[in-house]
Design a protein around this ligand. Sequence first.
Ligand code: PLP
Length: 402
Amino acid sequence: MEPLDWIDEELGRRQQAGLLRTLPPPLSTAGALVEVAGKSIINFASNDYLGLAADARLSQAAMDSFSEQGVGRGASPLVSGRSVVHEALEKRLAEFFATESALLFPTSFAANAGIIPALVDEGDAIYGDAKNHASIIDGCRLSRAERHIYPHVDVDALAALLAKGKKYRRRLIVTDTLFSMDGDLAPLPQIAELAHKHDAMLMVDEAHAVGVFGANGRGVVEHFSETHPELLARVHVRVGSFGKALGAAGGFVCGSAALVQWLANVARTYVFSTAHPAAVSAAALLALDLVDREPARRQGLLYRAAQLRKRLNAAGWDTGRSDSQIIPVILGSAERTMQISTQLRERGIWAPGIRPPSVPAGQSLLRLGFTAGHTEEMVERLIQGLGDIGMESGSVVPDMPK
Ligand SMILES: *Cc1c(COP(=O)(O)O)cnc(C)c1O
């Protein structure tokens, strides 16, 4: 026996259970139509919701910055890594989200992993949705606070947990605003009401919603604030990503000046990690401008996503609770999911199968990331492909009842 032999055994176990993951072939291009191993394929496997990832203007902004500021920053932002471009982006973020201040993180995974332990510790409590993103879950694990998990979007269960007697020093409620697999929204007005009533801190993760939701693309907080204006003041910590709709990379947090100063002092993923190349911030700065200057990118998106869901449902496919550009096609069995994903792939359509442990056992799904770059023709190809596969397998009705 060698010390690492257990890995082969574990991998074998996963393979037998049909859960072994293999890296897909690398892409030569980005966008709604990508080149993979010399072949063109329609890409429903990305979170490039506004179609900005391959935008030439973003690349140009990055290239200009590269020639001025170079590539490596050489240090953490707290030491000497923070460039004038990083600062400009933080100022622009605060203005964009109408908060006092903002702070950049290497990724939003790092933001969540660093922020949560900076807010709560031993003697404190966290309340989180059962379907929160892995980075939030890890942030909770890294803190020494007591964790209370409520069933997905179940506000009554959250209320009951909050009402329970035990005294904590501080309490934090944390949730995704748009859930990454189900594509549904958190009931933020109700959650914020509870946070307010119980004097709890409220942290939300808008990773999939920034650029897409809200009249001005600020996210789900903006979306709900149209009918619940009190929401803006009741959300204390807003996390987002530049790596999804904004077509760049990196994470950020927006909030009060005190919050940002505190995080810059103690969030370990901020303090102990090298700053991004300034070029990443330059591209992100332009992406925020494009959200303002090109509203058509998001305006058609949710409507077209709703049309796509309707057509999928009419053909017998279950899209679950989706109410967004994230459209799961819920199939149930992991094996069937991977099989359909492969069959679509052979037809030039990339729709990744999502299996445990990313989703609970028996709830495997194809995850469609619908973007502004998808043409009507691409949508037709998808519907046609799914239809053909349904026919071949003798039934268009998936094995999980609606
Ligand atoms: C993707 C995602 C993240 C991680 O974002 P990165 O910037 O890619 O690290 C964090 N939170 C949620 C809810 C996400 O979906």
